[in-house]
Design a protein around this ligand. Structure first.
Ligand SMILES: Nc1ncnc2c1ncn2[C@@H]1O[C@H](COP(=O)(O)OP(=O)(O)OP(=O)(O)O)[C@@H](O)[C@H]1O
Ligand SMILES: [Mg+2]
Length: 462
């Protein structure tokens, strides 16, 4: 584990020694310097996180040291120690970038608290800067907005880039709000067809006749309401990409017609006799288990195989919980811009809450929660109280939250199970033996489950 490095600067040997001993006991790594010049030498050679320096020293004072440090090593935290005689200087030192000052006589507890707090704040700041940088890099690289650090998501991005240029049909699966539509658009954007149209059709939105006419067009008078000839979406997307969303609901007749387009890129418009040929790439998506639909004879097997040439499954957010942070920050920035607000971060307890939640509505739900928080928040930091997420997700709530799409028992239980394991780990200070005992499972099972749910100690208590 990374130990924070503290450089103690004081001309008094006894103070140097006793501070070092006390801080070593607190699990910090320490170095000592007898004056400011020596301190600057240390800074050249080692990565120091924090300087604890006396103000009045012969030669270069602690305040001069501070100015020098802020010029060349601005990320290093400086805490000054002052006697009664120099309190005014100490107050002034804050202006030059000191984090805080401590007055003599030094009390161990006080020193510990100030150091710990400053390091925590610094860590939070660094983390935010890192995230911002990542978000920026991604938006600049044109991948826009497709964010995610989890290796499962990284694999998906790789796949998206690899398959984008082929003409193969792609089937994207995943729960509602996981980013299927977004991935579909990216596939088009990364493909050679990018300058051609990307046409979206939501198969669940229309009646069978209307959907068929929407996809393949119709000739005037072919059904009531068909007042003019109409071009279908397959034709509009010629040379480009058609995105068939919610493909599982297509009727048997439509499935047959789709099969033919996929096989030989040919179809007739509704009521038409002419055969139309197109060069349209098909990307389809569903939040149903299409294989199960096939098994239960609701979806044609041959069509399934045609669609599923390449399949991309997007895991639910609760299975890539490490992505919550980067996504939450991204949405924070987005909604701050939209609402003209200046909020920089989430408080640690708000972040913990975001990590502990099971997100049945996935990224879309996270986006909504952050938007609401931004609108309501009157401070610079979003605290837990602004997050309108269900505090105690109970099992039935999780099961019922997606009645239109009942998940397998295993999937439904994943969220609550993770939460229970996390709670038990916390209660047992992450001691696996104790946790396994409490949960009535063996240590190997616990280990596997921790791996499955991405539970690690010291990851900001995720
Ligand atoms: N990786 C990501 N990075 C940033 N934003 C994302 C990501 N994935 C999804 N989003 C955002 O989350 C929201 C939901 O995504 P999207 O509409 O693509 O989900 P979906 O799976 O198509 O949902 P549905 O099944 O309801 O159609 C969108 O606002 C999208 O911009
Ligand atoms: Mg969608």
């Amino acid at each position: 584990m990374h130990k924070n490095k503290i450089l103690i600067v004081d001309d008094d040997l006894i103070i140097r020694k006793s501070l070092a001993a006390m801080l070593n006991e607190e699990n910090y790594e320490t170095q000592v310097a007898a004056d400011s010049h020596e301190a600057l030498e240390h800074l050249k050679n080692t990565q120091i996180d924090l300087i604890l320096s006396d103000i009045s020293m012969p030669g270069m004072s602690g305040i001069d040291l501070l100015k020098e440090v802020k010029k060349f090593h601005s990320h290093v935290i400086v805490i000054l120690i002052t006697g009664y005689g120099t309190i005014e200087n100490a107050v002034e030192s804050i202006k030059y970038g000191a984090y805080d000052y401590i007055t003599k006589p030094l009390l161990d507890e006080q020193v510990k608290v100030v150091i710990q707090r400053s390091l925590e704040q610094q860590a939070l700041k660094n983390e935010n800067e890192k995230l911002k940088e990542q978000i920026l890099q991604i938006s600049e690289s044109g991948d826009s907005l497709l964010l995610g650090q989890d290796y499962k998501f990284q694999k998906i991005l790789e796949l998206v880039h690899t398959v984008a240029d082929s003409n193969a049909t792609i089937l994207i699966t995943g729960e509602s709000g996981t980013g299927k539509s977004m991935i579909a658009r990216s596939i088009h954007k990364f493909s050679g067809r990018a300058s051609q149209p990307f046409v979206e059709v939501s198969c669940g939105m229309l009646s069978e006749t209307l959907l068929e006419s929407e996809l393949f067009g119709h000739v005037k008078g072919s059904f009531t309401g068909a007042l003019n000839d109409k071009l279908g979406k397959f034709s509009m997307a010629d040379k480009g990409t058609i995105f068939l969303d919610e493909i599982a609901v297509a009727s048997p007749a439509l499935q047959l017609k789709l099969l033919r387009v996929l096989q030989d890129q040919k179809f007739e418009s509704v009521g038409g006799t002419e055969t139309i040929e197109v060069d349209t790439r098909v990307v389809a998506a569903t939040n149903h288990d299409l294989q199960k639909e096939v098994h239960e004879n609701r979806f044609r097997k041959d069509l399934f195989y045609r669609l599923n040439v390449i399949s991309i499954h997007i895991p639910p957010l609760r299975e890539r919980i490490t992505d919550v942070k980067i996504l939450a920050h991204h949405f924070l920035e987005k909604f701050c811009k939209q609402n003209n607000k200046d909020i920089h971060e989430f408080s640690p307890d708000a972040m913990t809450e975001l990590h502990n939640y099971t997100w049945p509505g996935n990224i879309r739900e996270l986006e909504n929660v952050v938007e609401r928080a931004v609108v309501l928040c009157k401070e610079k930091i979003i605290t837990q109280s602004y997050l309108s997420i269900v505090k105690e997700t109970n099992l039935t709530d999780t099961l019922l939250s997606s009645t239109d799409n009942i998940k397998s028992l295993e999937d439904s239980l994943a969220g609550p199970e993770r939460k229970i394991i996390k709670m038990a780990l916390d209660k047992n200070h992450w001691n696996r033996q104790g946790t396994a005992h409490m949960l009535g499972i063996n240590r190997t099972t616990l280990f596997h489950k921790m791996k499955k749910y991405n539970l690690h100690k010291n990851q900001g208590d995720i």
